[in-house]
Design a protein around this ligand. Structure first.
Ligand code: FO1
Length: 311
């Protein structure tokens, strides 16, 4: 068994766990497979929020309080944009723009997203591998009581207020996994495959909607362990609990584990959660991640559960 650990991640909660792993083991043995269903083009710029949140987090540049974007950001661009009556519901910081401008330019020249992201990671001395789930376009579409919304329209512009009926991932069925993704999931010598405490429906499902990724997870003999995104029956951040209620699900770690179903070998749930009738091996820990020590603790607990599941 090598020390290799692969994590499926999206959003802020996921980035915290990846950081915890990078501080608990050799960062070069960590491979993050990142959701790109939130990606969209805004003001003509190619924006990849979950990739960027992870880049900032692992490079120590993240705005920890806000969860996304850069620490110490300035907003001259947004002020100028507003003065010209430009669309200002999606905030693009002055430093943040560098990622979007360079990514847009290089995608326009035909370069693959995975290659661009690898360059950004090495420019910022990030040792972990950051892989987009796919280089093909996949777009999360939220079917709500206000009709079908693009992800960022739902998440940012409407602040997750519309009631969600269903979620679909445009393009996922035909999307190929990005280079390195299937290889990471099929590496039988790996220690564990983790599903980060991201929103299962908005951040993890787009990854699982890519057929070759779901197949690799089904076929792997490496322990697959999910970290529940709920603490005491509520979402730490974001709309997970509201979404589960709107989708008619019980807001519980059990419902999350059932959602991942056959893919899971184990689930790490929060110690505050009520007793759970989980039909999958599980362990408990304090999964609230505010400090770097919290993130290391959750990473250790998830890896410990995976180690205990080895046949
Ligand atoms: N989230 C917000 O709630 N408001 C914003 O204005 C906003 C801007 C933004 C810019 C770049 C970026 O990478 C992320 C940004 N986010 C913003 C967060 C983003 O919508 C979410 O992080 C993901 O899409 C869901 O996890």
């Amino acid at each position: 068994m090598t020390g290799r650990v692969t994590v499926l991640t999206g959003g802020v909660g996921g980035a915290k766990l990846v950081l915890g792993l990078c501080h608990s083991m050799k960062a070069e043995d960590v491979t993050a497979i990142v959701n790109t269903g939130d990606d969209f083009t805004h003001h003509g710029l190619a924006i990849s929020p979950d990739i960027d949140t992870l880049l900032y987090t692992l490079a120590g540049k993240a705005n920890a309080a806000q969860g996304w974007g850069r620490e110490g950001e300035s907003w001259t661009f947004m002020q100028a944009l507003r003065s010209l009556n430009g669309e200002d519901w999606f905030a693009l910081g002055d430093g943040d723009l560098a990622l979007h401008v360079l990514r847009t330019q290089r995608l326009g020249e035909g370069e693959a997203l995975s290659s661009i992201v690898a360059d950004f990671a090495s420019a910022w001395r990030i040792a972990a591998k950051i892989l987009p789930m796919s280089n093909d376009p996949v777009a999360t579409r939220v079917q709500s009581d206000e009709g079908e919304l693009e992800f960022q329209q739902y998440f940012v512009k409407r602040r997750c207020e519309p009631a969600v009926r269903a979620i679909r991932f445009e393009g996922a069925a035909f999307a190929k996994a990005a280079p390195g993704v299937i290889e990471a999931l099929s590496d039988e010598r790996s220690r564990a495959i983790l599903i980060a405490p991201s929103n299962p429906f908005l951040s993890i499902d787009p990854i699982l909607a890519i057929p070759s990724i779901r197949r690799a997870l089904t076929e792997t003999t490496v322990p697959v362990v999910a970290v529940s995104p709920l603490v005491g029956g509520a979402a730490v951040k974001g709309p997970t609990a509201k979404l589960m209620r709107e989708l008619g699900l019980e807001v519980s770690a059990t419902a999350v584990a059932r959602h991942y179903g056959e893919l899971l070998d184990g689930v790490l749930i929060d110690e505050r959660d009520p007793p759970a009738c989980l039909d999958v091996p599980n362990a408990r820990a304090d999964t609230l991640m505010n400090t770097i020590d919290d993130r290391k603790r959750v990473a250790h607990a998830a890896l410990g559960l995976a180690d205990s599941l080895r046949g």
